[in-house]
Design a protein around this ligand. Sequence first.
Ligand SMILES: [Zn+2]
Ligand SMILES: [Zn+2]
Length: 343
Amino acid sequence: MSLTTVGLSKLSTGPDSVGLREVTIEEPGPGQVLLEVISAGICGTDLHIADDEFPSTPPVTMGHEVTGEVRAIGEGVDPDLVDGRFAAETYFEYCESCGYCRTGSPNLCAQRRSFGSHVDGAFARWLILPAHNLHRLPDHVGWHAGSLAEPLACVTNCLFDPPVVNAGDTVLVTGPGTIGVLTAQAARAAGGDVTIVGLPADATRLDIAAGLGLRASALGAIEIVPDSFDVVCECSGAEAAGHLALESVRPRGRYVHVGIYGRPVTMELDRILYKEITYTSGFASTPRSWLRAMNLLDRQLVDLDPLVSEVVPIDEWRRAFDATRGAEGMKYVIDPRTGGEGD
Ligand SMILES: [Zn+2]
Ligand SMILES: [Zn+2]
């Protein structure tokens, strides 16, 4: 058995190196499943891959935020998985023997290879991945919103391992994009008293956050008092927001580095010393953070549905990439069953 599909791919390095490519998918090997992709979210990382700012091995199908149904299984895989609804962890392989792998942090393994950057990913109708990556989607989480389980697992890695939000903490989230709104919801689930802020241009995103019951404001419309928040979570990756967060966190407070700057930035690091701030972060996700993310979804403490701006056929990918780049709306997801293959 082999299947042919159209994959939205990083074709080479250099400018304008993303496009549709025909790919052949072999049958799943031992321990693997064949997933029929129903939804795959476009993420800032995909833009970084397109721009050669994030490592990849072209030609490779992009896409790592996925939901789908298992259509075939390899040797040794539980047949109960077939036809189940799943989201999936992104690591295709890691060494399993280094200290990070053995202590539950394969995200830090030097040998890790993820789908969507180094192995063919989810912007295609068919995806091969290890069966142990799968997490069952709760019935109330829709197919398209479910692809946001992956960024939620990145957020729970940042916020809860080690835990940085305690019940009753005042929490400032800067940047009302997908990651910011997920961070705000997760911090609220932990008992935080959350304020999320953005620029006046973020009005649509702030409205979505407000619709989720979050205190959401454009900067300028609310006063951010210096040294006032127990916890700040910088989710925008904008240098000015980093300065604001560092100014706003109280002495002995916690600063969480969530958004990626993507370039060297200038920060007043001595402020961390003078204020005795604890500065933490988190890279991608871990099996542990996935369990937390799925638990929060299960209990409806985090709502993903309002974050999906549009479901886009795969052959309209360029428009969705441009919209993501322009920070229009919130999250664009590709449905690879539409467009490309003509059905
Ligand atoms: Zn992502
Ligand atoms: Zn390892």
